[in-house]
Write a protein of this length. Structure first.
Length: 118
């Protein structure tokens, strides 16, 4: 059982930045793909970005392309989501996820709230 601890959410103004972090409790085949999802109030869970642990493949949702960057720090065993030029519509609970490959995710973090004010 892999545990994912995601953190880094908070309050930002429109145009501002936040960085989310996710730390898996261990590296297994079920952490080969790491992803970020979000869920806004009253909406379903939405894919945001994914990365292979090797860092060779990244995929972004159109809504965040050019503003968000997913990355991995192998030395710290952490995955990051750098969010720039935030918009009020980015307000949601953000979840880290891991799996053997995208879009097959097996483990989920507890979620971290991101609120963007206009």
């Amino acid at each position: 059982q892999v545990e994912l601890v995601d953190s880094g959410g908070g309050l930002a103004q429109a145009g501002g930045s936040l960085r989310l972090s996710c730390a898996p409790s261990e590296r297994t085949r079920s952490t080969d793909a790491m992803g970020w999802f979000r869920q806004a109030p009253g909406k379903g869970r939405e894919f945001v970005a994914t990365i292979r642990w090797s860092g060779t493949i990244t995929i972004y949702a159109d809504s965040v392309k050019g503003r968000f960057t997913i990355s991995i720090d192998n030395a710290k065993n952490e995955v990051y989501l750098q969010m720039n030029n935030l918009k009020p519509e980015d307000t949601a609970v953000y979840y880290c996820a891991s799996g053997p490959y995208h879009p097959q995710y097996v483990y989920w973090g507890q979620g971290t709230q991101v609120t963007v004010s206009s």
